[in-house]
Design a protein around this ligand. Structure first.
Ligand code: UDX
Length: 439
């Protein structure tokens, strides 16, 4: 049993706190938001994450997991403190580090005994050294501490299982003893542990996310070529994926990546390259393809429906991906805003993201279920690949629509099956239909 403090209870912090307490450690999680902390004490989660509320409740009851707004309480017994605060995109794509600075300063002012400070927030390369300087400069009296970078690789919607089954744990520090202690904390997870220097650990995180984003933009570009040549990108990806050097994951063509990490991290890495006079040629293309992919979906709709003015368009799903209520950088925003600006009526259904989405797009007309959404629509666009959309009664959907037009921006359905049902159907990169038209 170790004593751990976690600063920030967003996705990363809450998962870190809940999962480390579940491993038998005592964890005190600190957040500056009184509302968040008050809610968490009542087991009301700040985010939608499958399995999270059960995990939090169980560990609170076992008196291993505590929430507070007080750094004093958080750090009282702590040997390790994880910084898990947000690092939003600032001007020019540069990561905004104000919350990391605040956390580092407050830790420095509050700590009464030696600490290992672990950076989990995704921060520009060099931030570990910067945090170390801030703590040194802010401490009223010198107390020993070490900074370790331990980047997170959690996917929203799968955060708990990703925490418990990591592909690897990356630790970076100038202090080998501290890195070894953090390695001990991660031993129960039985994953390979890479111990390296601070800057390399920080870079591993950016390079990993940029590579995954590149895979997505790559397959989206291939999808567009497939549309012109009559090949089916789903089968192309499957065929490529058997090659172990390529792998079959992250090759799903669609509407492009969104979320809190990929857009921000690719931008931040490109920014770091630019600042140092290195032209980030590939990263720039990755971002450009991703932006275009959203417009590509809109073009597909317009090809089938003509002008969207006066039409009723239904969006199946709003969250940036399934199993989350996160709307950050969600492709649905680009699509809905375009439709709204071009005077369409924009309707939507999402099982969990509706409330968050309405804050960003108050003009949206929300439906209670996919069938209510489809009723009277001129077209439906599948924006988020929620499981519950995979086996809809598509005959019923077709019958309630004003025009049976379906743009499947996530390739959830089989083109031929949809055409057989009488839909005018377009997926992403699915080749030609029987008449030589792209599907
Ligand atoms: C990602 C990384 O996977 C994780 O390691 C990192 O720490 C945080 O960022 P997350 O943003 O939760 O996690 O989502 P992820 O499942 O990786 O998907 C990112 C985006 O790419 C989503 O918009 C998703 O819909 C899209 N995507 C993913 C595709 O379009 N095609 C794919 O094949 C895979």
């Amino acid at each position: 049993m170790k004593n751990i403090c976690v600063i920030g209870v967003g996705y990363v912090g809450l998962t870190t706190a809940a999962c480390f307490s579940d491993l038998g450690n005592k964890v005190v999680a600190v957040d500056i938001s009184e509302e968040r902390v008050a809610n968490l004490k009542k087991a009301i989660m700040p985010i939608y994450e499958p399995g999270m509320s059960e995990l939090v409740e169980r560990n609170m009851q076992a008196k291993r997991l505590f929430f507070t707004t007080s750094y004093e309480e958080g750090l009282a017994d702590a040997e390790f403190v994880f910084i898990c605060v947000g690092t939003p995109s600032g001007v020019d794509g540069e990561a905004d580090l104000r919350y990391v600075r605040q956390a580092a300063e407050t830790i420095a002012k509050t700590m009464k005994h030696p600490l290992i400070i672990i950076n989990k927030s995704t921060v520009p390369v060099g931030t570990g050294d910067w945090v170390s300087n801030i703590v040194h400069e802010t401490q009223p009296n010198p107390i020993d501490f070490a900074v370790v970078s331990c980047p997170e690789f959690l996917r929203e919607g799968a955060a708990i299982s990703d925490f418990n089954n990591p592909d690897r744990t990356v630790l970076g520090s100038t202090n080998r003893e501290a890195a070894d202690k953090v390695a001990q904390l991660h031993l129960p997870l039985r994953a390979p542990i890479i111990v390296t220097d601070l800057r390399t650990a920080e870079m591993i995180k950016y390079a990993s996310n940029a590579f995954l984003a590149t895979k997505i933009s790559f397959i989206n570009e291939i999808a567009r070529v497939c549309e012109s040549l009559g090949a089916d990108v789903k089968e192309v990806a499957a065929g490529m994926g058997y090659d172990k050097r390529i792998g079959n994951r992250f090759l799903e063509a669609g509407i492009g990546y969104g979320g809190s990490c990929f857009p921000k991290d690719v931008q931040a890495l490109a920014h770091m390259a630019n600042v140092h006079g290195k032209h980030p040629q590939l990263l720039t293309a990755v971002m450009e393809i991703n932006d275009n992919q959203r417009l590509h979906v809109i073009r597909k709709l317009e090809e089938m429906i003509g002008s969207v003015e006066g039409k009723v368009i239904g969006l199946l799903g709003l969250a940036f991906k399934q199993d989350t209520d996160d709307m950050r950088e969600a492709p649905s925003i680009t699509v809905a805003d375009y439709l709204h600006e071009h005077k369409a009526t924009v309707r939507a259904y999402d099982p969990v993201a509706a409330e968050n989405a309405l804050k960003l797009m108050p003009y949206l007309q929300m439906s209670e279920d996919p069938y209510e959404l489809a009723t009277g629509c001129d077209a439906l666009i599948v924006v988020t690949p929620w499981n519950e959309f995979k086996q809809l009664d598509m005959e019923r959907v077709r019958d309630v629509m004003r025009q049976a037009i379906l743009v499947d921006a996530r390739n959830l359905y089989e083109p031929q099956a949809m055409r057989d049902l009488g839909f005018a159907y377009r997926g992403i990169g699915r080749g030609y239909d029987g008449n030589g038209e792209p599907v």
